[in-house]
Design a binder for this molecule. Structure first.
Ligand code: SF4
Ligand code: FES
Length: 332
């Protein structure tokens, strides 16, 4: 109420009153009304004085509080100290302890980088910041930055992970993160590994739908319909993004490189279980080997690290079952 009265008297009254009194003053001059003219003249002067004082007050506030924001007649001051405190809370210095591979000397060497991160920073963001601001020689492979392309696999705090999916603050222990390349793949430089062997194994699984009727395959006239049950049989295994984390985590392939490996075997099952595929038993022949499904010890570490929930360990056990079923059918 008090504020409204002040606003009324200091702003709105002079705003409306001054022009009105001026009009009265002019009328009194025209019609020769001396007393009314003098009174309206004095009131006009008072109104202008009030306007002037409030204007001067605004100028004074702005000069002394450049951060003040005027809302109606009031000045709200933004307190810089509070702002700084809030931004401090959103920043944190984290040490990236990176195990770098030097191809010239074929050695691994640890290097520390301290960088500023915010609560949304991923490990990949941090590494790219290091490249941009600290050390452009650091080699990192990435593409999508959103867990789709499978390029940024590395070992973070001892666990094969996608760098673009790991939050820095959640991963840091005592203010630091340990990062190394995936030693289950040949090393190229720093955190970048060679995937040639990995892709060759994948290609050997014939990762495509096999159809016996080639004319229908190349000139299809309709879709290949599937029921929900038929789709669910292979769908989880089709989510593989070929990041190679499962291969890095697999204790078998890391001791016996002849083992086909979890990624390739899971993809054999993915196509074998697809009702549209007509390769049938031929797919089983490629995995019914000592270095095929029978070398898997079911440690489950491949499924543990898979960022897409593919569960290669389960796929291998399903393949084993299919091989046994097939053997029994042959005996009968
Ligand atoms: S199975 Fe999982 S961990 Fe292995 S390559 Fe595919 S997505 Fe990566
Ligand atoms: S950058 Fe593509 S999965 Fe990480």
């Amino acid at each position: 109420m008090k504020e409204s009265l002040i606003a009324l008297s200091t702003v709105y009254a002079p705003m409306v009153g001054v022009p009105a009194l001026l009009f009265v003053y002019v009328l009194s001059l025209v019609f020769g009304l001396g007393v009314l003219g003098s009174v309206s003249f004095i009131l006009v002067m008072i109104g202008l004085l009030v306007f002037g004082v409030s204007g001067l007050r605004d100028v004074y506030f702005h000069k002394n509080n450049p951060r003040a924001v005027k809302i109606g007649r009031e000045f709200i001051e933004v307190k810089p100290k509070q702002e700084e405190k809030a931004s401090d809370k959103n920043k944190r210095a984290v040490t990236f302890r990176v195990m770098r591979f030097h191809p010239e000397t074929q050695t691994l060497k640890e290097q520390d980088y301290e960088i500023e991160t915010n609560r949304f920073s991923t490990v990949l963001d941090g590494l790219l910041n290091i490249k941009a601001a600290n050390d452009p020689t650091l080699a990192v492979r990435y593409s999508c930055r959103m867990g789709i392309c499978g390029s940024c696999g590395m070992v973070i705090n001892g666990r094969p992970s996608l760098a673009c999916e790991k939050n820095v603050w959640n991963s840091a222990k005592n203010g630091s993160i340990e990062i190394s390349p995936m030693l289950g793949h040949p090393l190229l430089k720093d955190l970048v590994t060679d995937f040639d062997d990995f892709f060759e194994r994948h290609i050997l699984t014939n990762p495509y739908l096999f159809r016996t009727d080639l004319s229908e395959k190349y000139n299809p006239t309709k879709e290949y319909p599937q029921t929900k049950e038929q789709l669910n049989k292979f769908l989880p295994f089709s989510y593989c993004i070929m990041c190679g984390l499962c291969v890095d985590a697999c204790p078998v392939i890391n001791t016996n490189p002849s083992f086909v490996g979890p990624q390739a075997l899971s993809q054999v099952y993915r196509y074998y279980a697809d009702s549209r595929d007509e390769a049938g038993k031929n797919r089983l022949e490629h995995v019914d080997l000592l270095n095929g499904v029978w070398d898997c010890e079911f440690s489950g570490s491949c499924s543990e690290v898979c960022p897409k929930g593919v569960d290669p360990a389960f796929a291998i056990q399903l393949l084993k079952m299919e091989v046994i079923k097939d053997d029994f059918t042959a005996i009968k």
